[in-house]
Design a protein around this ligand. Sequence first.
Ligand SMILES: CCCCCCCCCC/C=C/CC(=O)SCCNC(=O)CCNC(=O)[C@H](O)C(C)(C)COP(=O)(O)OP(=O)(O)OC[C@H]1O[C@@H](n2cnc3c(N)ncnc32)[C@H](O)[C@@H]1OP(=O)(O)O
Length: 243
Amino acid sequence: MKMRNPPVNSLSLEFLTELLISLEKLENDKTFRGIIITSDCPGIFSAGLDLLEMYGRDPAHCAEYWKAVQELWLRVYLSNLVVIGAINGISPAGGCLLSLSCDYRVLANNPKYAIGLNETLLGIIAPFWFKDVLVNTIGHRAAERALQLGFLFPPSDALQVGIVDQVVPEDQVQSTARSVMAQWLAIPDHARQLTKNLVRKPTADRLLQQRDADIQNFVRFISRDSIQKSLHVYLEKLKQKKG
Ligand SMILES: CCCCCCCCCC/C=C/CC(=O)SCCNC(=O)CCNC(=O)[C@H](O)C(C)(C)COP(=O)(O)OP(=O)(O)OC[C@H]1O[C@@H](n2cnc3c(N)ncnc32)[C@H](O)[C@@H]1OP(=O)(O)O
């Protein structure tokens, strides 16, 4: 699955909906046993959640948006398919969550392709289920530092901390992802799927048990004047970077 939402593969409501529909189709087609998620935007895996879906929007829109974010996460995280991330670009925040929700992550060895949950740098916070997935992946202490400081790990650090499973030369990302897929597909589906569910269900259940409250918390948080100001400042910084 090649993500194509130029210029930066931001996860807008429309794009999230497209991804959800595509995933659902693949899940329902029994000829598919695995997917490789990668990007069609040069140098960018995904810029994460679309800031314009959270800035200057009314509460109803924010609620609809957050529901779609939850939905995509649950679908990828709990997918019965083998999901491999072929991460061929930078992957901050929501882009990192998408990567972390794969079963295996291959990152291209380019110092620009940093990955991490950098929410605090925007003046916002990673929701508890983003945090849970990071803690599950790199452990409590490393996650505690990474989340508070908004670390974006370059490939060598990302491998060392375990946020990705493999770092390979850029021209080998897709072929490595395909070899990894072959290994994973050698395992009988029912055994692998039940095991995946056993490991991941408790984390997903934490959100499933409080989805509506999570949406309300998000809407309250994102609608605060101080948070809207932080988003404004961050968006201006992105604009000014262009000069
Ligand atoms: C107690 C209550 C608890 C409640 C908890 C709720 C908490 C809320 C949680 C909300 C979670 C959010 C997670 C996220 O994913 S936030 C998004 C994080 N993403 C980023 O920080 C990445 C920002 N982008 C960049 O750093 C760069 O764009 C890039 C990806 C490195 C690419 O750089 P490049 O130079 O190639 O491109 P430009 O920077 O010029 O960007 C091109 C245009 O795209 C716009 N852009 C970029 N990123 C985003 C984005 N994430 N959303 C929307 N738009 C984006 C950028 O502004 C340029 O637009 P322009 O052409 O119109 O100027």
